[in-house]
Write a protein that binds this ligand. Sequence first.
Ligand code: UGA
Length: 446
Amino acid sequence: MNERGLLVRLSVIGCGYLGAVHAAAMASLGHEVVGIDVDEAKIADLAAGRAPFYEPGLDELLRDQVGRGALRFSTDPAAAADATVHFVAVGTPQSPDGRAADLRYVDAAVDSLLPILKSGDVVVGKSTVPVGTAAAIAARIAEHGSGARLAWNPEFLREGFAVQDTVGPDRIVYGVARAGDELDEAAAAVLDEVYAVPLAAGTPRIVTDFATAELVKVAANAFLATKISFINAMAEIAEVAGADVTQLADAIGHDARIGRRFLNAGVGFGGGCLPKDIRAFSARAEELGRGESVAFLRQVDEINLRQRQRVVDMAVASFGGSVVGRRIAILGLAFKPDSDDVRDSPALDVAVQLNGLGADVVATDPHAIANARGRHPQLRYEADTTAALAGAESVLLLTEWREYRELDPVATAALVADRHVIDGRNVLDRARWRAAGWRVVAHGRA
Ligand code: UGA
């Protein structure tokens, strides 16, 4: 414990989604934290207690922790010099020229840390990286001669639940250096201090080598992506066979070995993680000479992208073959509810495609319009749901925000020009909507 009654001095390099949440959450666990990022505007927002993106509960947490002096932000890497544990939480996006992960931000973060590392410090990787990255970084740190060590501690937070997932994760994984059969227990002990609160609450903890920790992360996301594409494949079959994919998911989901979660058929997965992680995983497997082992991930990706096309096709078919000039309301732009993130968003993709086909698209979202407009200024946006629905000849529900799930079919019918809805997330009560005169189209439901 330091002189201010705070436990461990931490730095968090990279204050994007992962880093900003991690920094605030670690401060709330009793540590003294400095968050560092090269983006001055982002740092100014965070230092003022404002999240630079929409995440429920984060503004409040930032304000509290900055206010009590446990959390500060800086653009100067030297601000990390007092810390003894340094989290690397920068992004690893898809490379501009291929499927592999782009590691330039991880390399830059390590470069910025090398000059300030001291003996006993622990650098902790949180970014999602191709297996083998941690070993290479550990070698660089060792070569530099500071006596600092490395651990890899993957993050499993979900957007929309990021704060609760970070403060109370469902498992904690440490990858540490291995010499023969010996794992670096000293690095694990430092992380035990950092995670003392969730560990005391009984959170399972797995201590392993670097490669396993790196693979745990991508394997988890690959499994989740596979589960979603599996149910979307079943949806395609259900449609031609006259079956109902939602009931199928309910029925197989009762088997505890399968489980009902992540079996919601619809327009598919997007975001800054699942799509790029499965691509980076197969690219890395190919580099390792084992591309065939995860060849199915290419199909997982294809099935997923096909669901967007299928929504476009459903819309085109509903207008008898052409959407030119037809007024279409798109409900939802974020890749999932409770987020303003539009990275690889299926909803935004569908909106752009229909607009490109000549439809008169009006898109709305409770929080993601600004981000969507930044990427696609050519689309027409309407912040108010009622205004977006007014005069629509077809309504596409593509992100299942609560306010769209709870739309009243009778009141909505009074706004639109034609009662036709494509439920791209399988969340509407079809019987109620049909009773109000709607034609309801959805993935996997004949
Ligand atoms: C995902 C993982 O769930 C987290 O555990 C992980 O930490 C994170 O990636 C990451 O690597 O950082 P996230 O991207 O926030 O989290 O979103 P998810 O909740 O996994 O949803 C991903 C996508 O799948 C969304 O577009 C969602 O709409 C879609 N989805 C989800 C479905 O289409 N069907 C489902 O049944 C579930």
